[in-house]
Write a protein that binds this ligand. Structure first.
Ligand code: HEM
Ligand code: SF4
Length: 550
């Protein structure tokens, strides 16, 4: 994991002191709301429905046990003893008091964390594959590259005030688990025949009001030019992106308006004078960034231990279910990556209590080299667990309520905070998630349905990724009443597609029945082993529409 050097620490400490002074002046009435607004947003502080909201950066979703424990202490002392993991691999506090925020930032700085650039029109947290560095299908470890992007983008003087927010996602694996096609910039890293790293760069994807899948701007870019090329794209966006209309300000609108050829031409023109300039990456810069992610000191896992684990899987049905759904393979034999489910009836998707954070931090130290990852599906991952420790870990997770063996199923839904917390919401989203979790809790039924992404957002901003849910649910407002629009067929993997709207919206009580009918059509029509989204794309919208609106 990246560690602060003295420059980083000084900078973050100075920012904390600066913000404390700004907050003091605001609370004393010497700064007005409008003057304070950009200052607080630069530090991740929103004013929300019931209270302020603080969004804390988790660079590329990587967190240490020490940091998680600090989060637990902060949430206990200054908030309501819980936190919310988001689809952008960050953590949000929903109930801090304004006057406490400087103290929270000071405590975060002690564990090399901050909230800088988690809001505002700048380059936000760069996200990546939760299995980065350990995935079996990975050709390039994206973490050092994410770190280089983080260093380049953090407090970049030219990109502090872009037309709109800007999000970058990176993958280095053959299966895209970072949703790179629906980000402002998506980066796919791969290796050339000689082993050198090359990048394919996409631009113009994004969700929100006008959802779009990104286009390829450049293929086979040599690694040395990664940052200069990103610089060229962001410069083109900064210069030509619309500032007159907030709803047309994202880079996707610019790419669409210009067409990808003209956009690419402008980027290449801009790049011509940046190429080989000071931001060109060198071997030593990459080696240094790579050194932040050393291989943990894994012990040898014996053949007998692996055999014992396989036997346990055969004999213990509950353990087998957990392994099948929540455990994935690892590049090192004898090791696995384990997803801790943050989807359970008692808490909103992605929420964790302070006690759970402490307990998870202990588990990470005991079983996973003190490291955790946040997934964009709002779960946590322990990425390095020896198979002979899986059973003990599973039991500990059961006790915590985080062993729900439902990862990747309908019950593993993504859900934004919606009308319960967010001031932009048109409708509540958490109660919909809970009603669906109640209705579809039978494990055999969930397994029979197979992999299925169900994503819920409380408004068209799409924080819950509803457009790319195989089933998407969007809260809409009709004359002051809450309704829900359903879309089908979205996906955020390699075949990223924006879902299509089923038809007129429904009220909250109807939602479990509506989803039930959609599932019935799938179960009746699917071919053997066909997953929901493939059945939908084969048979189209009509049969679903007919059943739901019959
Ligand atoms: C409660 C405070 C929040 C506010 C005020 C907020 C605001 C917004 C807005 C205005 C957009 C649309 C941007 C645009 O299209 O220009 C957006 C998009 C998004 N937000 Fe949030 N959001 C909040 C919470 C969250 C949470 C909790 C998550 C994750 C669970 C999240 C993740 C996202 C994502 C993934 C997008 C779509 C990405 C894209 O537009 O390309 N946000 N948010
Ligand atoms: S989708 Fe809308 S309701 Fe949900 S968090 Fe985003 S802005 Fe708020």
């Amino acid at each position: 994991m990246y560690r602060y050097d003295t420059y980083d620490q000084t900078l973050v400490d100075e920012r904390v002191a600066q913000f404390k002074d700004q907050m003091d002046r605001y609370l004393a009435g010497r700064l007005g709301d409008e003057e304070f607004r950009p200052l607080r947003l630069q530090n991740g502080l929103y004013i929300q429905r019931h209270a302020p909201m603080l969004r804390i950066a988790i660079p590329y979703g990587m967190l240490s046990a020490v940091q998680l424990r600090a989060m637990a202490a902060i949430s206990r002392r200054y908030d309501r003893s819980y936190g919310h993991f988001t689809t952008r691999q960050n953590l949000q506090l929903n109930w801090p008091k304004l006057e406490d925020v400087p103290a929270i930032l000071a405590e975060l700085a002690q564990v090399e964390m901050h909230a800088i650039q988690t809001s505002g029109n700048c380059i936000r947290n760069t996200t990546t594959d939760q299995f980065a560095g350990i995935a079996e299908d990975e050709t390039v470890d994206p973490r050092p590259w994410c770190e280089l992007i983080r260093q380049w983008s953090t407090l970049h003087p030219e990109f502090a005030y872009l037309p709109r927010k800007f999000k970058i996602a990176v993958t280095g694996a053959s299966a895209d688990r970072a949703a790179i096609q629906v980000h402002d910039i998506g980066i796919r890293l791969n290796r050339a025949g000689d082993g050198s790293v090359k990048a394919t760069i996409l631009a113009g994807g994004g969700l929100g009001r006008t959802p779009m899948v990104g286009d390829i701007v450049r293929e086979d870019l040599d690694w040395q030019h990664l940052l200069t090329y990103l610089d060229a794209i962001v410069r083109v966006y900064n210069q030509w992106g619309r500032r007159d209309n907030k709803y047309k300000a994202r880079i996707k609108i610019l790419v669409k308006a210009l067409g990808i050829e003209e956009f690419r031409r402008r980027v290449e023109e801009e790049w011509a004078h940046l190429k080989d300039g000071p931001e060109t990456l060198t071997d030593s810069a990459v080696t240094k960034a790579t050194s932040y992610f050393p291989e943990p000191e894994r012990r040898e896992v014996s053949a007998e231990a692996i055999e014992a684990y396989e036997t346990l899987r055969r004999e213990n049905r509950a353990f087998a279910r957990f392994v099948t759904n929540n455990v994935v393979g690892h590049k090192v034999p004898g090791y696995k990556a384990v997803t801790l489910s943050l989807k359970r009836r008692e808490l909103a998707p992605g929420d964790v209590t302070a006690d759970q954070m402490d307990a998870v931090a202990d588990l990470a130290e005991q079983y996973g080299f003190g490291e955790l990852r946040v997934t964009h599906e709002q779960n946590l991952v322990l990425s390095d667990v020896p198979v002979d420790e899986l059973e003990a870990l599973w039991k500990a997770l059961e006790a915590l309520g985080m062993a729900n063996p439902t990862v990747g199923t309908l019950a593993d839904m993504i859900c934004c905070p919606g009308g319960d917390f967010c001031s932009l919401a048109n409708a509540k989203s958490i109660p919909i998630a809970q009603a669906l979790q109640d209705r579809f809790e039978d494990l055999d039924f969930l397994y029979d349905l197979g992999p299925l992404d169900l994503n819920i957002s409380g408004c068209m901003n799409a924080c819950g990724h509803h457009h790319v849910g195989n089933i998407g649910i969007l809260g809409v407002d009709k004359k002051g009443q809450e309704f829900y629009q359903v879309s089908l067929g979205g996906r955020s993997d390699d075949s990223a597609t924006i879902g299509k709207i089923l038809g007129p919206s429904f009220n909250a009580e109807d939602m479990p029945n509506v989803i039930d009918k959609v599932l019935q059509v799938y179960v009746e029509q699917r071919l053997e082993d066909e997953v929901f989204v493939d059945t939908y794309h084969r048979i189209g919208m009509k049969p679903f529409k007919e059943r739901v609106y019959a």
